[in-house]
Structures are given as C-alpha cells and as structure tokens.
Design a protein around this ligand. Structure first.
Ligand SMILES: C[C@](O)(C(=O)O)[C@H](CC(=O)O)C(=O)O
Ligand SMILES: [Mg+2]
Length: 304
C-alpha cells in the first residue's frame, strides 16, 4: 500500500550490489507512475525515467525544454511506486556545473538510485538523430565532476552518457568515455552504438558498467538481452517503448471508436478493472481502513 517499502538509500545500495555482481539489469522506461508497478511485478531489475517520455507526455519535443522541477516531480512519483532502483535521464544537467550539482541533489531527494548526464550542447536532441553537437571534453568532465561531488549518498550512481559516437565516431567515443570515468563516472552510457561489436569494444575499454539503449526507430539494432549480456553490457534501457506501445494502442482504439461508434470491440485489449485494482493494491487500502476502524474501536463499522 502507498508503495515503496524501501528507502531510497536502500534502493541505491541494492543497485550497487547488483552491479557488483554479474548479469544484465533490465530497466524498461515507466511512462507513468503506475507502469512502474507493472515493471516491478513482471520481474525487471529497475525502472528508467526517460527525458523523451517526460517531454512527450507534456506534448513537447525532446530538446531540453523540460525543467528540473518537472523532471524531479515526475521522477519522485515514479520512484515512490516501486522498490526497484530508478535511473533518471537528466539530459545535460539543466545548466552549468553548479546547476548539475543542484540537479543531483534534487533527484537524490526524489528517491532515485542513479542519474545520467550527457555531453551534448544545449539545446540537446534525441541521441539517435543526426545533427547533434557535443561539448568539449573539459566541459563534459566538469559536468560529471559536479555530479559526483554534489551527491550526498555515495551510492547514488552517476552515469556519464556520451553522444560522441554519432558526431566524431567510435574511437573518439571510447576516448571520451575513458575521460568521463577518470572524472568519477560510475557507469557509462555510450549513445547510438552502431552494432554489437561496438558495445563489446566499449565494455572492454572501460572498467565500469556500460548501458545499452534499445530505443526503437533509432540507430542501434534491437539486440536481445542475451546478446547484450554476452558482450558485457550490464544495464539495458527500453526508454520510450511502453509509451510507444500505449500510444499505439490508444490511437487504434480511437480509430475503432470513430469507425464503430463504440469501444465494445476494444474491451478484450483493455486492462481489466480487476487488474487495475490489483496494481494499485485496492485491497490493501481496504484492509488498512478496516484495521484502523477496528483498532480504534469505531462503533459504526463492523470488523471483518
Ligand atoms: C534515452 C533517451 O535519452 C530518452 O530520453 O529516453 C532518448 C530515447 C529516444 O529518443 O529514443 C535518446 O536520446 O536516445
Ligand atoms: Mg533523453
């Protein structure tokens, strides 16, 4: 009931423990707080909060228009719904290194287990589009150092995302990733890798966990979990997938409503009322209510 049963500190500790072990951690993107519960119930290891989803949710393109307050607010709502560690996309950190520091502390307060900050210029764009620009290494390093220095919980995972692959090529991306690890990054998110071999080489080049972004309609093929695991990738995100699936379903249903005048044909595709209530733990609230009434000896309500 009311959810998360673990403190943010414990979730961070658990993520660190899992990363110290072996295997791939799968982080589907939650497109709303409730979907985070679904992700947890299905047995995934973490929840991703995507900047692209957050922007799209507000009807905005993913070009750095969202504010820290919006991102932190939504992320806190997601994090409180799950015992899984939440990894959040903070784009370029919302400004200069001082802003990055504030971003990190604000998101620590929002209950996340990790953040990733990227080395694009502002306005940023989706990492799988052409025409991106990146900042120089010194600026990228300052962002990561600011993030690392600002965290109050040493277990908060500071992940450095580099967009250099799509701008200057793979070797430059490896150089950039190494510099960001030297600056204190706990993990690396190499954006827009061309193939599995590049993931493998990146994993071999840095001795911190590497993330793979399996976003659809992007530059990377959609590799399966076993393929990524076999080349040493430690975290995979499916950032926008659930939003795409939900929006695809919503559009098809609206078309049916227009064509058929009713949604009767769509009911088999819907999450049932019972399943929704299960996800929000309706029964848990009922139990709480009756326990309180019983224990306070409320006369009007029978104990059950
Ligand atoms: C991972 C990402 O940063 C996101 O915001 O989810 C995006 C995803 C996308 O636009 O498909 C990205 O830049 O890759
Ligand atoms: Mg993003």
């Amino acid at each position: 009931m009311l959810y998360s049963t673990l403190t943010p500190a414990r979730k961070r500790e658990l993520l660190r423990e899992r990363l110290a072990g072996k295997g791939l951690l799968r982080f589907p993107g939650a497109f709303n707080p409730l979907s985070a519960r679904l992700v947890e119930e299905k047995g995934f290891e973490g929840v991703y909060v995507s900047g692209a989803v957050l922007s799209a949710d507000l009807g905005l393109p993913d070009i750095g228009l969202t504010t820290l307050t919006e991102v932190a607010g939504r992320t806190a709502q997601v994090a409180r719904m799950t015992d899984l560690p939440v990894l959040v996309d903070v784009d370029t950190g919302f400004g200069e290194p001082m802003n990055v520091a504030r971003t990190v502390q604000t998101l620590e307060d929002a209950g996340v287990a990790g953040i990733h900050v990227e080395d694009q210029v502002n306005p940023k764009r989706c990492g799988h589009l052409d025409g991106k620009q990146v900042v120089d290494t010194a600026t990228a390093v300052r962002r990561v150092r600011a993030a690392v220095d600002a965290r109050r919980d040493p277990n908060l995972l500071v992940m450095a995302r580099t967009d250099v692959r799509g701008v200057e090529g793979f070797d430059a991306a490896v150089d950039r990733a190494r510099r960001l690890v030297d600056a204190g990054a706990d993990a690396v998110f190499p954006e827009a890798m061309a193939d599995l071999r590049e993931f493998e080489a990146m994993c071999a080049a840095v001795d911190v966990p590497v993330l793979a972004n399996m976003t659809e309609f992007g530059k990377s093929e959609l590799f399966a979990a076993e393929q990524l695991e076999s080349v040493g990738v430690r975290i995979v995100i499916h950032p926008v997938s659930l939003l795409r699936i939900a929006m695809g379903a919503a559009e098809r249903a609206l078309d049916a409503l227009v064509a058929e005048g009713s949604l009767a044909s769509q009911v088999p595709h819907m999450q049932t009322r019972a399943r929704l209530y299960e996800l929000v733990d309706y029964a848990g609230y009922d139990r709480f209510d009756s326990t309180i009434f019983t224990s306070t000896g409320h006369a009007d309500r029978p104990a059950d």
